[in-house]
Design a binder for this molecule. Structure first.
Ligand SMILES: [Mg+2]
Length: 321
């Protein structure tokens, strides 16, 4: 399969440099998963790393939640291509203060989220080290993956669930306060949208990506891969209610924070123009997850963000910032 283009960002510049150096020795980068032919269909594979102090703090989460969250981020990439999870491999770097009971708690979180989407823990590895790090490799299967590359002019753009719940929790945690319970649940135990993805694939989804780094940044990758422009009006974003109440006191824009906030693990999907609000209501009925129309696919490149029709510029999350 040809490699799609990645959007802007320093992390992605680094990936581009690695791919350029590997040349023919690399295959399959540039989407949410890599694909290996299988008969029938493909095997979808992806890897994700969570590092203490970079992706999580031990004082904010239980070990079960750290495990859940690390595996959920990787399983979300299977959702993003509408693959059926087979399972995960977990490679752990464990500091000295984490012994057997702590390792079991961490792995229980990984096992619970994997089981929640129908997969199993397939294997892994453990090593000692200075800080806790969790490398998760996910394996799934699908007849025909929904890639980032298929969006065409005239498609409508939709997001699952709500945006900004994880940001609301993070803002509270960073301020030394207890997050609202619903926001904390999004942050600590995000639900990979496997069921939604397979439902959407069955209704003709053309292109899809999971929102790990935030809508504003991730939309750029879908636009680059499909060689189109995404026009999104952030005034219509389904903002998590706890983010709205969190910023009510500070005067910050809840929609702007929802658009740049990462780690909600919702899906951004391009659907054919005929997909409408009635279909979205069916999706809610079948999966329990709302689906909100947020924009359209146009000719051009990049992402055009407006708020009530007025152009806005937002920064996006960068792991190397
Ligand atoms: Mg992804």
């Amino acid at each position: 399969m040809p490699m799609p283009s990645l959007g802007a960002g320093r992390e992605f510049d680094r990936i581009r440099a690695v791919l350029a150096a590997l040349g023919d020795h690399a295959a399959g980068a540039g989407d949410d998963c890599a694909f290996v032919p299988s008969d029938p269909g493909v095997i979808a594979l992806s890897a994700d790393t969570s590092v203490e102090g970079v992706h999580f703090r031990r004082e904010w989460l239980s070990l079960e939640e750290i495990g859940w969250r690390a595996a959920a981020g990787a399983l979300s990439d299977l959702a993003a291509v509408a693959a059926e999870p087979i399972g995960v491999l977990a490679a752990l770097v464990l500091p000295d203060d984490l012994g057997e009971p702590e390792t079991v708690r961490l792995m229980r979180g990984i096992g619970d989220v994997t089981a929640s989407v129908g997969g199993k823990v397939l294997g892994g590895d453990m090593s000692g080290g200075r800080s806790l790090a969790i490398g998760i490799t996910v394996v799934g299967s699908c007849m025909s993956p929904v890639r980032r590359t298929g969006a065409v002019t005239g498609d409508s753009l939709w997001v699952t669930g709500s945006l900004g719940g994880a940001s609301a929790a993070l803002l509270s945690l960073q301020a030394g306060a207890a997050p609202a319970p619903a926001a904390r649940a999004v942050f600590a135990r995000p639900e990979p949208r496997v069921q939604s993805a397979r439902w959407l694939a069955g209704r003709g989804a053309r292109a899809m990506i999971d929102l790990s780094d935030g809508l504003a940044g991730d939309a750029g990758h879908l636009a680059a891969a499909s060689a189109v422009r995404l026009r999104i009006d952030i005034a219509g974003l389904p903002v998590h209610p706890d983010l709205v109440s969190r910023v009510a006191r500070t005067g910050e824009s809840a929609v702007a924070l929802a658009a740049i906030g990462g780690e909600d693990y919702e899906l951004l999907v391009a659907m054919p123009a005929e997909f409408d609000e009635r279909n979205a209501a069916e999706h809610l009925h079948d999966t329990g997850v709302p689906l909100t129309r947020i924009g359209v696919v146009e000719a051009g490149q990049g992402v055009s963000l407006t708020e009530g029709g007025v152009s806005v510029t937002l920064r996006s999350f960068d792991h190397f910032a």
